[in-house]
Design a protein around this ligand. Sequence first.
Ligand SMILES: NC(=O)c1ccc[n+]([C@@H]2O[C@H](COP(=O)([O-])OP(=O)(O)OC[C@H]3O[C@@H](n4cnc5c(N)ncnc54)[C@H](OP(=O)(O)O)[C@@H]3O)[C@@H](O)[C@H]2O)c1
Length: 321
Amino acid sequence: MSRSLSIFVTGGHGFLGRHLTSALEKVGHHVVAPRSSDCNLLDPAALTPWNSRRFDRIYHLAAWTQAGDFCLHHPGEQWVHNQRLNTTVLEWWASSQKQAKLITIGTSCAYAPDRELREENYLEGQPIDSLFTYAMTKRMLWIGQLALAKQYGLKHLTLIPSTLYGPEYHSDGRQLHFIFDLIRKILRGHLYNEPVILWGDGHQRRELIHVDDFVRVALELSPRVEGQVVNVGAGEEYPIRTFAELICLQVGYDPSRIQYDTSKYTGARSKCLEITRLRRLWPDFNPISLGAGLKPVIAWVREKLVEAAPPEVCLSGRTTT
Ligand SMILES: NC(=O)c1ccc[n+]([C@@H]2O[C@H](COP(=O)([O-])OP(=O)(O)OC[C@H]3O[C@@H](n4cnc5c(N)ncnc54)[C@H](OP(=O)(O)O)[C@@H]3O)[C@@H](O)[C@H]2O)c1
């Protein structure tokens, strides 16, 4: 086994954070991952309690966002929140943790919709309007990293996931990424005979990456890739209808019963990361197949989002596909 490292994780209790911290601990690293209630990164001094510790790595996952149309309705707050919390982390890295490698998480929506989603284009063109502020705060994070690394000779890396999926997502009523919402709706159609109405015409295409795949990539690339942006996706996208059919097959629901509401917000028509760089950096990368990846997620959604909220107590009817 490789040397045990001391690692700081922001957002370590979020969806990705829970999977990442548990994988880091499993391979023997010592992880410090405070919750926002104990370490609110909106406070510029939030990280000073750890000034005297010397971390080998910092994973900065914390971000103030949600799926669906959340970004559309909170652009101003998103700017203030995310710029503040990113600055807190960047400043701490450059002032107290110069020995640490900083690994941040970017977003595929920072890419302009009219360009190929390859790393060279991360700062090129204009991100989609509905996600503009969130996207720009992620670009600013990358620019902040570059600037501090240049001035102080620091080590860093940015990983850009396509939409993450896996078990143990959020069950606190927040807006869901499309795949969780799709599973929830189909399960409710199957179990409670509710109409399954999806947003858009179902031809908009999406890519997913299993959270365990993303974590494996993060562990593999963190020690050996320096100063780069790296897309982390499965390299394939599918129409929403295909995801829906796959879920129907596993759940036992007739896909012809699904209705499509073309009047609703659906975001980009297509979104698939170009992953040549990832394949070059890690030729053995072999993502979990969609069928195998979806199985435990369907079981999780059934238990936490569907059976825990039978028809009479289900409050949210929102769909984000
Ligand atoms: N999920 C995806 O599909 C996806 C795709 C692309 C990029 N990303 C990026 O990946 C990262 C992790 O995503 P995720 O899905 O795991 O998000 P998540 O579940 O919403 O987790 C975000 C975390 O940020 C923390 N946070 C928010 N405001 C904070 C503050 N003021 N101070 C300290 N911590 C704060 C929260 O901490 P508490 O829980 O303790 O409040 C939460 O754990 C984010 O940077 C996101 O932008 C995610």
